[in-house]
Design a protein around this ligand. Structure first.
Ligand code: NAP
Length: 454
């Protein structure tokens, strides 16, 4: 196995990086552990200061890093630059918040006063995906590092330049070496890292197949595990919603990042009274989206990550059409060559068709019609996923009822789902477990130790 990027638009191949040997890997884990032993003794404020330096590097180099992202995975360049800037925000959030989150806290009990300490775990393994090659990594590694841990990164094999750029930025920010290391390793080596006695936990963001493998390795080794997996987020529009805003929300929610986001809008449920109005406005907007070279500032949808991802998407559409779905726009298949995929909207979609039950990772979206509240909630909740959901209505009581009834980790009212450094992020059901971001994301990487002094 080797790590190499292939530009999804131009086909240009990057440098090949061979995986490291078992001996080299063993040495890296040992030296990371030694560095962590010193690191954990430093004051939280000092550790958090390095997150501030990292923010500065990310802000200053957002153009350069944006180009790496676009060339490796194909998202429009402006969105890639925005991704890097958002990483800087997350660094700043933990720079200013970590000392408060990690401050020992008294708890009164029948034993008198118990102090809660937030101590680091040791070494955290971060297994990360290509779809937000900077954001997914930064939001995981920064809280882990400022909490006093060492971190090993196993990034996706198609984004090695992003992985190396992040490693270099962390080093330049002043985090002591080798506290954070990027590893070019095989899947088998990932299991051996999880088993290693000096590695305490693993955080995976990725597909459900990878999640099941990582969780099983972590379970066998009795290691802590956070899983951020796939989703099929519903987007529900009630008849009293602001239709124009909901159309714009659905456009961004579904098509940004070339449709390859875990929290993308993947199933749109429209009340029957506004179905025609919404669908005609939506289709008109979708047809106006420019598809093409992701470096072109006018382009909103670049290629999906590779040809096989585009073909998988086409198969989901083809099977759904065979089950009765109708194309409102788009071809439902990639262009002759490469992995450009025209945005595709479907109507009359059966609830058990692939575009409804599986995760669609690209610019494809089904529109469903519903008649009443209980019906739509039950159809939304029939999904095996439970990551995010978006609800559009002018009635705040109805919105809060829906937020209570929908089975997901996040509910957004009158907006599309997006992540924020201060808001806990994660899913339920097959979308995974544990949380990232905010204080709760940081607590995934600490030992909450109760100290009672009689
Ligand atoms: P993926 O194929 O599961 O890969 C994710 C990471 O896991 C990569 O580093 C990959 O390495 C590694 N991996 C895969 N199988 C493995 C195994 N058996 N053992 C060890 N490591 C393994 O997912 P992806 O295609 O990159 O990412 C897309 C998926 O991520 C989508 O399902 C998306 O919804 C999900 N996602 C979830 C969130 C969230 O926060 N919930 C956020 C973003 C993305 P290789 O590249 O070497 O295979």
């Amino acid at each position: 196995m080797a790590y190499q990027s292939i530009n999804p638009f131009s086909g240009e191949k990057g440098i090949v990086h061979e995986t490291i040997s078992g001996d080299e890997l063993g040495g890296i884990i040992e030296s990371c552990s030694e560095a962590q032993q010193n690191w954990k003794k430093r004051a939280v404020e000092e550790r958090a200061g390095f997150a501030g330096s990292l923010a500065e590097i990310l802000e200053n180099r957002s153009d350069e890093y944006g180009r790496i992202i676009t060339s490796e995975m194909g998202k429009p360049y402006t969105q890639a630059v925005a991704e890097v800037k958002k990483c800087a925000l997350a660094c700043r959030y933990y720079e200013s918040g970590a000392a408060g989150f990690l401050r020992p806290e008294p708890r009164e009990s029948s034993q008198g006063v118990t102090m809660l300490r937030y101590d680091p775990l040791g070494i955290v393994l971060a297994v990360m995906p290509w779809n937000f090659p900077f954001w997914q990594v930064i939001r995981c590694i920064v809280p882990a590092l400022v909490s006093g841990n060492g971190v090993l990164l196993k990034h996706a094999s198609n984004v090695p330049a992003s992985a190396l750029a992040i490693e270099e930025a962390v080093r330049e920010a002043g985090f002591p070496e080798p506290l954070f290391r990027n590893l070019f390793v095989t899947h088998e080596q990932v299991s051996s890292i999880i088993e290693h006695r000096k590695v305490s936990s693993v955080s995976l963001t990725g597909s459900n197949i990878a999640g099941a493998r990582i969780a099983s390795a972590a379970g066998s080794a009795v290691k802590r595990c956070v899983l951020e997996l796939g989703g099929s987020d519903p987007f529900i529009v009630f008849p009293d919603a602001d239709i124009k805003s909901s159309v714009e929300g659905a456009i961004t929610g579904r098509f940004q990042n070339n449709g390859q986001s875990c929290i993308a809008t993947k199933r749109i449920y429209l009340h029957k009274d506004i179905f025609n109005e919404f669908s005609s406005l939506f289709v008109e907007r979708v047809k106006s989206l420019k598809v093409g070279d992701p470096m072109d500032p006018e382009v909103y949808i670049g290629p999906v990550v590779n040809r096989s991802a585009a073909e998988e998407l086409a198969e989901q559409v083809t099977k759904s059409v065979k089950m009765g779905a109708r194309l409102l726009c788009g071809k439902g298949r990639p262009e002759e060559k490469g992995s450009l995929f025209s945005p595709t909207v479907l109507a009359d979609v059966a609830d058990d068709s692939p575009v409804a039950t599986e995760e669609t990772f690209g610019p494809v979206v089904p529109l469903f019609s519903f008649s009443d509240y209980n019906e739509v909630i039950s159809r939304v909740n029939s999904s095996r996923f439970g990551l995010g959901a978006s609800v559009w209505t002018g009635n705040s009581d109805l919105a809060m009822q829906a937020a209570t009834d929908i089975e997901s980790g996040t509910v957004t009212i009158n907006g599309f789902t997006r992540s924020d450094p201060a808001v806990p992020f994660g899913g339920i059901k097959e979308s995974g477990y544990g949380r990232e971001l905010s204080d709760l994301g940081l607590y995934e990487f600490v030992n909450i130790k109760s100290v009672t002094h009689f």
